[in-house]
Structures are given as structure tokens and as C-alpha cells.
Design a binder for this molecule. Structure first.
Ligand SMILES: Nc1ncnc2c1ncn2[C@@H]1O[C@H](COP(=O)(O)OP(=O)(O)OP(=O)(O)O)[C@@H](O)[C@H]1O
Ligand SMILES: [Mg+2]
Length: 326
């Protein structure tokens, strides 16, 4: 478990030495993660090592989305003094899952800065860095100044008011290397998550989907989707870095989920499609057509344009380090 309670001065010195040595070694986040025993899947590696400041991840259920929530805050708290990482989750249960994953990762790091405070939803280190996980209410998510990282887990379930009144203002005074990571399965054709995915040119987009296809004419049958190479290329043409989830190749298991949950839910939860909510009174597409005739783009502003700092090509695949692939 995490060590606590050594003399603060000695801690500060050793933390400083550690962060200097890491800086010199240039360890990537995916390498850091693997070193802590969490070897990222290729899609997770691509996200973790992406230099884009604004990232949005549209992912299938159980594809490993929340698992990567833990890496950027843990890495940042090690690399930077007085760093603030904020994770916002829609429910207390989800927040709890996220903080557990973060604490597990930190516990597995052999030379992480020592803990000064370890409470239910906040971790503070002797180097002054903090990781805070909050439930997405306007009040709870407000009031943190200049965070280095903000991560929204299951963002499609986070109210728009939290994004508008807490997440956007906090970016105003954020440091140059600020990072916003928005992660979710889809949930209806509205809300900031849907809008960012469909309209933003600022965010780097990642998609991880189940490798299956459903056909409305055969609602209980799964079909093999197009080859991953074709899928990746097709979505790449739309500016999306896409891959199939390695967790979803089991045909029997996925068929059973389709049979139990039905086509609509399977398409939403596993094929990453924004489907209309069952209970929607108006279909969002119809509303869009009524209010925004063809060719008219809905007005949208999600912060400063940062496309200059986004590299044109993302590295794919694994890196060979010391004879092992990470
Ligand atoms: N790189 C990995 N290697 C091995 N197992 C992994 C990896 N990433 C995630 N997992 C495992 O996959 C499962 C799902 O992970 P996680 O909870 O992160 O997914 P999720 O997409 O957030 O799920 P949900 O949609 O339910 O929120 C967990 O059991 C987790 O431990
Ligand atoms: Mg999750």
C-alpha cells in the first residue's frame, strides 16, 4: 500500500530527484503505465501518448475507458510539482471507481512521490501535486483554479450545466500544457458530448468500437464488421482515430448481450452510435433539420482553437523497449 508519514523535507528532496530523473528519461505515459503493471491496449497507448490538448474518446462499454482515466493524473503528479488533476464523474459510484483505479496505479509505481494526504476522493503528494475526483454537480465541480488536467468520465451522462459553468471557466487560467480528456459511450443525440464529437474541430477524436455489425432485419444476429484496417481508414478520413476494442471479439458473449439488450442499446453501448433515446419526444435529427437547414452549421464554441499544436499523424502500434513491446 501507499507509504505515508516520512519527514516532509526528505520527501521533497527525493521527489525532486525523482522528477528530475524522469524528465531526463523522457518516459511516455504508456511506458509509465506499463511499468506500473497496466500494459495499455494499442488504442489506450495511442490516446495516452497523444500530444493533443483536447481529446474526446467515444468508446464501447467495458473497452477500458475508465482504466486510462488513472494514468494522466498519476503521471502528472509525478512529473510536475503542484500539479492539479481533476476527474469529474457523473455519479458517486463512478467517482469511486475512478479514484480506486488511480490509487491502484499509484500504489504500483515503485518510485511515486510520497503521499501527504489520502482521503476518499483526494490525494495530495509531498511535491504539492493533487488529484481530485468529484461527482458532476455544478457546486462540486466548481472552484478549482487552473487545473493541469481535467478528465470527464462517462461525459454523456454529465449535465451540460457542469460543462458550461465549471469545466469551461476553469480552462481560462490553465497552464500551457493543460489537457482536457472527455470520455464516454454515446447517450442520445444531444448534450455537450454529442456536440463536441459531431461539431468540434478543436478536439482530437478517438473511437473504440466492438468489431460487429447489426442489421435491423435480423435483430438478434451479429455480423462480422468490416476489417479493422478498412474501419480505421474509413473513420480516419473523417478525422477520427479508430480501432476495434480487443475486449469484444467473443462472438457468443456479444451475441448474448445483443439478445438481452436489443439492437438499439447494442448499437449505442457497443457500436458507439448516437441513437435517439427511447423516451425522446422529438427525434434530434428532425429537430436539427427543422432549426438548422442543410448547410447551416450549428453555432458552437468549445474554447480556444488549438489545431496548430496537434501533430498531423498519431503514432500507432507498440514501441519496443528493452526487448519488450509496450
Ligand atoms: N490495458 C488493459 N489490460 C488488461 N485489462 C484491462 C486493460 N484496460 C482495461 N482493462 C480491464 O477491462 C475492464 C473494463 O475496464 P474499464 O472499467 O476501464 O472499462 P470502461 O470502458 O470504463 O467500462 P464501462 O463502460 O463499464 O465504464 C476492467 O476489468 C479492466 O480491468
Ligand atoms: Mg468506465
Amino acid at each position: 500500500m501507499m507509504a505515508m508519514g516520512k519527514a516532509a523535507g526528505a520527501e521533497l528532496l527525493s521527489d525532486y530527484a525523482i522528477s528530475l530523473s524522469r524528465l531526463a528519461s523522457g518516459m511516455s505515459r504508456s511506458y509509465f503505465s506499463a511499468r506500473c503493471g497496466l500494459k495499455p491496449y494499442p488504442w489506450q497507448k495511442t490516446v495516452l501518448d497523444s500530444k493533443a490538448k483536447f481529446k474526446i474518446i467515444l468508446g464501447a462499454r467495458q473497452s477500458g475507458k475508465s482504466t486510462i482515466v488513472s494514468v494522466p493524473p498519476a503521471y502528472k503528479s509525478k512529473r510536475k510539482r503542484k500539479a492539479l488533476s481533476l476527474v469529474i464523474a457523473p455519479t458517486r459510484a463512478q467517482a469511486n471507481e475512478d479514484i480506486i483505479k488511480i490509487k491502484d496505479l499509484i500504489s504500483a509505481d515503485p518510485d511515486h512521490p510520497s503521499l501527504k494526504r489520502n482521503s476518499a476522493f483526494e490525494i495530495e503528494f509531498y511535491n504539492g501535486s493533487r488529484i481530485i475526483v468529484v461527482t458532476a454537480t455544478d457546486k462540486a465541480a466548481r472552484g478549482y483554479s487552473a487545473p493541469d488536467i481535467i478528465i470527464l468520465d462517462e461525459a454523456s451522462r454529465i449535465p451540460d450545466t457542469v460543462y458550461a459553468s465549471a469545466v469551461l471557466p476553469m480552462q481560462t487560467a490553465s497552464p500551457d500544457d493543460f489537457e482536457l480528456i472527455v470520455i464516454s459511450t454515446p447517450y442520445g443525440k444531444d448534450g455537450f458530448f454529442y456536440d463536441i464529437w459531431n461539431g468540434s474541430e478543436v478536439f482530437r477524436k478517438f473511437e473504440v468500437s466492438a468489431p460487429w455489425h447489426v442489421d435491423e432485419r435480423y435483430p438478434t444476429t451479429l455480423f462480422k464488421a468490416e476489417d479493422e484496417e478498412i474501419f480505421t481508414r474509413r473513420l480516419g478520413e473523417k478525422g477520427i482515430i479508430a480501432s476495434y476494442s480487443p475486449q469484444h471479439w467473443n462472438y457468443e458473449q456479444q451475441s448474448e448481450i445483443l439478445r438481452q439488450q436489443g439492437t438499439l442499446i447494442y448499437r449505442q453501448e457497443f457500436l458507439c452510435e448516437f441513437v435517439d433515446r427511447d423516451d425522446a419526444v422529438f427525434r434530434r435529427d428532425d429537430l436539427d433539420r427543422a432549426f438548422f437547414p442543410a448547410g447551416k452549421v450549428r453555432p458552437m464554441d468549445y474554447g480556444p482553437k488549438d489545431t496548430d499544436s496537434i501533430p498531423a499523424v498519431e503514432p500507432f502500434g507498440l514501441k519496443k523497449i528493452g526487448g519488450r513491446y509496450f
